[in-house]
Design a protein around this ligand. Structure first.
Ligand code: NAD
Length: 439
């Protein structure tokens, strides 16, 4: 089977590499000349664990190639995936479909023979139908189907998520047996691993992706509000999360209290879903509230740090462990650090930053902060230590040694990585999230 992947970003590159590893012949089209040059040179433009090896292996076997030219890749393909970005449109909160429709217009002239075009990008309800309408106008002679195949992988564990998904969702047009057959075939290696491929209408597939992300965002906001209550009444949010998460109806995932959700998906997808619902005159008040809770959360974390510092951070040295929106990625999109760090600097703090992988993307985003390649060097002489992203290497820090290097004794652990007792034994005044009894 010949697959064309349009877009070589976090989703496109991982999906292309995994499909090639299934044995398919994959051409990944990337328009960004810098990214393409890296890919052609055997380098991976993003940090995603295991991706370099996976790409190298399949490249060596001739199963994956990279190009900037859509034409030949599309004309040869049985299946074209659109994996371009769908960012939040500035001002309105809608999903910006500029890249999707530009790719559709560009690929149309090259469709040759029966081809399935499917969105892997997260796109609002009705987009597949609109793509089909546009393609029928551009290519009245064309023999093609349009499907929706939303992607559920998570950055940081993307390869495992793609190759061992809970399910694959494929939306196909009514009675479109040919498209269903092509989509079944491309995912056959997963079906053999017992990952169910669930066929739905295209509208259901499109909405399912937004509903899933909104639900997960809601879980995070729920536990974050519960964390605030824990602090007020002397309970421990981690114990509460374990207690409720072990109920299978609730599940233990996405119940970690923290500084609010971020990343390239939740904020924009929740926002786009809210817009869709308002336009359909069925506003989702619960989901709208999730957005408010999350925005307020990030601000509240600034207050938490200032309070932990004794009410004033002016001229205090704050060392921040981790700035990416979560560990194991270099992605900075909508990271809570983007709100928290500038606010601390506005309040006069001298902020130092460290991140195991995020520096390249993050450095231009934090004007006035000082970067360190080593966490321990950053900590040396700091007044306040703030853990913002739970990278594994921070979990292994020797708190006694850390305290020994610092000028101050405040540790604000926004991911509850450290044990309060350990931190206190090391000489810290510890502040976690939702740990009422330890505060
Ligand atoms: P990204 O910005 O990392 O990648 C998109 C890539 O597409 C870019 O490299 C861009 O240069 C390229 N591109 C744009 N137009 C092109 C064209 N006409 N031809 C060739 N290449 C083109 O974005 P991403 O994080 O991979 O997200 C892609 C989509 O997948 C979005 O809709 C997103 O919501 C969805 N998604 C993302 C994740 C995630 O974790 N990142 C998970 C699930 C779904």
């Amino acid at each position: 089977m010949k697959v064309c992947m349009i877009g070589g970003g976090y989703v496109g590159l991982v999906s292309a590499a995994c499909f090639s590893d299934f044995g398919w012949s994959v051409t990944c089209v990337e328009k960004d000349t810098e990214k393409l040059a890296m890919l052609l040179d055997g380098q991976i433009p993003i940090f995603e664990p295991g991706l370099d090896d996976l790409v190298a292996r399949n490249r060596a076997a001739g199963r994956i190639v990279f190009t900037g030219e859509m034409g030949p890749a599309v004309s040869e393909a049985d299946l074209v995936f659109l994996a371009v970005g769908t960012p939040m449109r500035r001002g309105s909160g809608h999903a910006d479909l500029t890249y999707v429709y530009a790719a559709v217009a560009e690929l149309a002239p090259h469709l040759t023979g029966y081809t399935v075009i499917t969105t892997k990008s997260t796109v609002p309800v009705g987009t597949s139908r609109e793509i089909e309408r546009r393609l029928r106008m551009l290519r009245p002679d064309g023999d093609f189907s349009v499907c929706s195949n939303p992607e559920f992988l998570r950055e940081g564990s993307a390869i495992g998520d793609f190759t061992h998904p809970d399910r694959v969702i494929v939306g196909v047009g009514e009675d479109d047996a040919r498209a269903r057959d092509v989509m079944s075939r491309v995912y056959k290696p997963l079906a053999l691993r017992n990952a169910p491929v669930i066929f739905t209408t295209r509208e259901s597939a499109e909405l399912a992706k937004y509903a899933a992300n909104a639900f997960l965002a809601m879980k995070i906001s729920f536990i974050n509000e519960m964390a605030d209550l824990c602090e007020a009444v002397g309970a421990d949010v981690q114990q509460v999360a374990t207690a409720i998460g072990s109920d299978r109806r609730i599940g233990d995932k996405f119940l970690h209290a923290g500084p609010g959700y971020g990343g390239s998906c939740f904020p924009k997808d929740v926002s786009a879903l809210v817009r869709t619902a308002r336009e359909a005159r069925r506003p989702l008040s619960l989901v709208e509230q999730v957005q408010t809770v999350n925005e307020e959360r990030k601000q509240a974390m600034v207050s938490k740090i200032v309070e932990a510092a004794g009410g004033e951070v002016r001229d205090r040295v704050i060392a921040v462990l981790g700035v990416t929106f979560k560990p194991n990625t270099d992605d900075m999109r909508e990271a809570p650090s983007l709100t928290i760090v500038p606010r601390l600097m506005d309040k006069g703090a001298s902020v130092r930053l460290h991140d195991p992988q995020g520096r390249r993307q993050a450095e231009p985003l934090f004007e006035g902060a000082r970067w360190f390649d080593s966490a321990m060097e950053m900590i040396d002489g700091a007044d306040i230590l703030v853990l913002l992203t739970e990278w594994n290497e921070y979990r292994a820090l020797d708190l006694k040694a850390v305290k020994g290097l610092m000028r101050g004794d405040r540790l604000v652990d926004l991911r509850n990585v450290f044990q309060p007792d350990d931190a206190m034994r090391a000489g810290f005044v510890y502040e976690g999230v939702g740990r009422g009894d330890a505060a």
